[in-house]
Write a protein that binds this ligand. Structure first.
Ligand SMILES: Nc1nc2c(c(=O)[nH]1)N[C@H]1C(S)=C(S)[C@@H](COP(=O)(O)OP(=O)(O)OC[C@H]3O[C@@H](n4cnc5c(=O)[nH]c(N)nc54)[C@H](O)[C@@H]3O)O[C@H]1N2
Ligand SMILES: Nc1nc2c(c(=O)[nH]1)N[C@H]1C(S)=C(S)[C@@H](COP(=O)(O)OP(=O)(O)OC[C@H]3O[C@@H](n4cnc5c(=O)[nH]c(N)nc54)[C@H](O)[C@@H]3O)O[C@H]1N2
Ligand code: SF4
Ligand SMILES: [Mo]
Length: 696
């Protein structure tokens, strides 16, 4: 027997935890947090261990599948790639370039072999119908970065380790580990912060993060914009803007301040659930703190006013002098550059969606239009779909309708590990080999991390001869597609070569060899001010008042009272659990054991009003659809708020996830509404959906 220890970053979420993986005879046998990783310091969550389940999962696909009637058959790689490429090209041959759509999901960002190789294929498609999980997630962040700082990924990150006052909205990092603040071991970092300063959480639920915070305020779902406007107004009354450090580099600052000051916030307690007195106190504490930062994530982005909220957060950090300053918010400087020359700064409205006329952002259309593009006849109607590491049936608004439409496509090709709710409709499924057989460099999350870090991940076992690497599959599919479509493409070289080139382009002087010699990763120090130096706006200034945002502010209407939305008195929000990972890890035994986690939570008063008892099965109804689900009383919700996790609902015909099928739960996105969007960005408003509960 041969045994060895290997070190790699976990690819399952944004936290970048270092793992110590024991390998015996070519199989991973144990996984621990890597205590020598200077960034994650030994931290690991249950998902990190569940990699062992993924590796051994008998349901995981190892060879390509081709549809045969209602079922699939295994075929060889050359045959699969060749036929899949030809079939995709044929759809466009018959119906034009836009007839082929692509959807790329979240795990793509966690694998170099996906992220660096997808553009070759997607560009070759030359279709306007490219979609991704970004438009059910962080588009408001990207849009604000692009409009204010000139690059979609020039993202100021909260300096969690050095701040004295952290105002956090719509994020639950104790369960979700960071997000657009890549931060391992976040609970310890937040506890340290609470010991030296204050953590203030604004959330419709008293979350795991709120539970360790200094202060928590319930907010009415979808109304944070009112809170943030009132907060900035309170700051304006208390202090002159502390913007000396940005002298000569602010465009439109006065216009933005005036526009915010002109809004009548009315009775904030009625509007957003947080009274004026609390807002005054938060403004005072924020301004009095030596170093403070305001940050908002999923709950703030995937709601009606995602862009406004993200913009207001930037203005608050700017007004208080905390933007681009240690202990405030400032961008990381990754050694493999995410911004700067040769990177994709972003653009908007170069084309629009065919049916609803929604603008493109960063080369993609909002995924909320995918279903209507499939179902609405006419030139450019979507008739073929390529998906890569995505599960839109469970992850995108009105996913249940999408599910019903995918079967009508002429061709669907998926690169995925499983036959799941989405890929069950595919004609070809192309499963990549384990990430443990691949080189990986994190292109994205090093750039959003709370310290400057770098790490090269090396393969820890060889690939079997029947396995294909992700990058080989994408290269191969692009080649087959291009040959069939009569287009020229040049396949990309192997990951090591691309990673080395990226490091050179970054100009940090750090080389592949140096990274190879540092198996636990390199710590390159705390975040330092760099935003002003790196601005990519045409003016060279921070654009404080982009017209798009001023318009959205002008159009902000007072939220309708719950009673006014006929018959839907509750507002539905999501939740994540430390043992979940969006829609796709419920097949891991280590994660689904123990108490169930799928129930709908309601405040006791709302249970009583609906005439149901904790533990009962109920019907949860929105204007879009309904699901049946078990209900539980929760003491952690504000009245009027219903809470349901997304990523469940695995009991569909043909899904080959034997353990997940036994996990109860409903598809949240059977309820979400594709017409409910954050208007400036087109991001889906998945939180704050009007719903009601009916007895069965
Ligand atoms: N209601 C509601 N909806 C939401 C959210 C919410 O909070 N509430 N959250 C949103 C967010 S933030 C996100 S990011 C999206 C996620 O939405 P998606 O990205 O569409 O869905 P995932 O659940 O991440 O599914 C990932 C897919 O990738 C496959 N996969 C996993 N690893 C690999 C790999 O290495 N290679 C390949 N090829 N495939 C792989 C899995 O089998 C699965 O099919 O969901 C969004 N949807
Ligand atoms: N365990 C686990 N970890 C994960 C994931 C997972 O599925 N499971 N997914 C990963 C992914 S892809 C992402 S994007 C990140 C997301 O990480 P986070 O951004 O931290 O997202 P959530 O944990 O969903 O927390 C969102 C919070 O917003 C609150 N909220 C809902 N509506 C509103 C509102 O209108 N206003 C305010 N102020 N709050 C609101 C919810 O109650 C919830 O507490 O997590 C990543 N990590
Ligand atoms: S928090 Fe868990 S899932 Fe995220 S990187 Fe760390 S071990 Fe992996
Ligand atoms: Mo996400």
């Amino acid at each position: 027997m041969t045994a060895s220890l290997h070190f790699r970053a976990c690819p399952l979420c944004e936290a970048l935890c270092g793992l110590q993986i024991s390998v015996e005879d070519g199989e991973a046998t144990a996984i621990r947090g890597d205590a020598q990783d200077p960034f994650s310091r030994g931290h690991i969550c249950p998902k990190g261990n569940a990699i062992l389940d993924l590796e051994a999962d008998p349901d995981r696909l190892r060879r390509p599948l081709r549809r045969r009637g209602k079922d699939f058959e295994e075929i060889g790689w050359d045959e699969a790639l060749g036929e899949a490429g030809e079939r995709l090209a044929a759809v466009q041959g018959r119906h034009g370039p836009d007839a082929l759509a692509a959807y790329v999901g979240n795990p793509n960002v966690h694998h170099f072999g996906h992220l660096a190789y997808l553009p070759l294929l997607l560009r070759a498609f030359r279709s306007r119908n490219v979609f991704s999980a970004s438009s059910v997630d962080q588009w408001p962040h990207q849009l604000v970065n692009w409009a204010m700082y000139g690059h979609q990924f020039l993202l100021p990150v909260p300096d969690i380790d050095h701040t004295d006052y952290f105002l956090m909205l719509g994020a639950n990092p104790v369960a979700s580990n960071g997000s657009l603040m890549s931060v391992p071991d976040v609970t310890r970092r937040l506890k340290d912060l609470v010991a030296r300063g204050r953590l203030v959480v604004i959330d419709p639920r008293r979350t795991e993060t709120a539970a360790i915070a200094s202060e928590h305020h319930f907010v009415r779902p979808g109304t944070d914009a009112w809170f943030l406007i009132a907060l900035l107004q309170a700051m304006q009354r208390r202090s002159a803007p502390r913007t000396e450090a940005y002298a000569g580099r602010l465009a439109g600052f006065e216009a933005a301040m005036k526009a915010v000051a002109a809004i009548d916030v009315g009775d904030t307690a009625a509007r957003c659930g947080i009274g004026q007195q609390s807002i005054e106190a938060i403004a005072g504490d924020f301004l009095d703190a030596p170093r403070a930062v305001a940050y908002g994530r999923m709950g703030l982005s995937t709601q009606d006013h995602g862009t406004l909220c993200q913009w207001l957060l930037q203005l608050i950090n700017l007004f208080s002098g905390n933007l681009d300053r240690p202990g405030g918010s400032l961008p990381a400087e990754p050694v493999f550059p995410l911004t700067g020359p040769g990177t994709s700064a972003g653009h908007r409205d170069r084309w629009r969606s065919r049916v609803r006329g929604l603008p493109e952002f960063a080369g993609e259309l909002p995924v909320a239009v995918l279903a209507e593009e499939i179902v609405t006849p006419g030139e450019g109607q979507v008739r073929g779909l390529f998906t890569c590491a995505g599960n839109p049936v469970l992850s995108t608004p009105d996913g249940a309708r999408l599910d019903a439409l995918l079967g009508s496509l002429e061709c669907m090709v998926s690169v995925d590990l499983y036959v799941n709710e989405t890929t069950r409709h595919a004609d070809y499924i192309l499963p990549p080999a384990s990430f443990l057989t691949q080189h990986h460099y994190d292109l994205v999350f090093n750039g959003f991390a709370v310290r400057n870090v770098a790490r090269l991940n090396l393969p820890i076992r060889a690939r079997g001869k029947d396995e294909r690497a992700d990058w080989e599959i994408l290269n191969g599919l692009a080649g087959a597609y291009a040959a069939a479509a009569g287009k020229e493409i040049k396949p990309l070289p192997e990951p090591r070569t691309l990673i080395a080139a990226g490091l050179r382009a970054g100009g940090s002087g750090i080389t592949l060899d140096q990274l190879e010699a540092a198996p636990h990763g390199l710590d390159l120090g705390p975040l330092k001010p760099s935003l002003l130096r790196r601005l990519q706006t045409a003016s060279g200034c921070i654009e404080c008042a982009p017209p798009l945002f001023l318009d959205a502010l002008g159009q902000l209407a007072a939220p309708a009272s719950a009673a006014a939305e006929d018959g839907f008195p509750l507002r539905l929000i999501g939740r994540r659990h430390v043992r979940s990972n969006n829609s796709w890890m419920h097949n891991a035994a280590r994660l689904v054991k123990g108490p169930t986690r799928h129930a709908l939570w309601l405040h006791r008063d709302d249970l009583a009003a609906a005439g149901v008892a904790s533990g009962e099965q109920v019907r949860l109804v929105s204007a879009r659809g309904s699901v049946e689900i078990e209900v539980e009383a929760s003491d952690d919700l504000a009245p009027g708020v219903a809470c349901l996790p997304h990523g469940f609902g695995h009991q569909l015909d043909g899904v080959r996830l034997s353990r997940a099928r036994e996990v109860a739960g409903a598809n949240y996105n059977a309820l979400s509404d594709p017409t409910r969007l954050d208007a400036p960005s087109g991001n889906a408003a998945l939180n704050g959906i009007p719903v009601r509960v009916e007895r069965l």
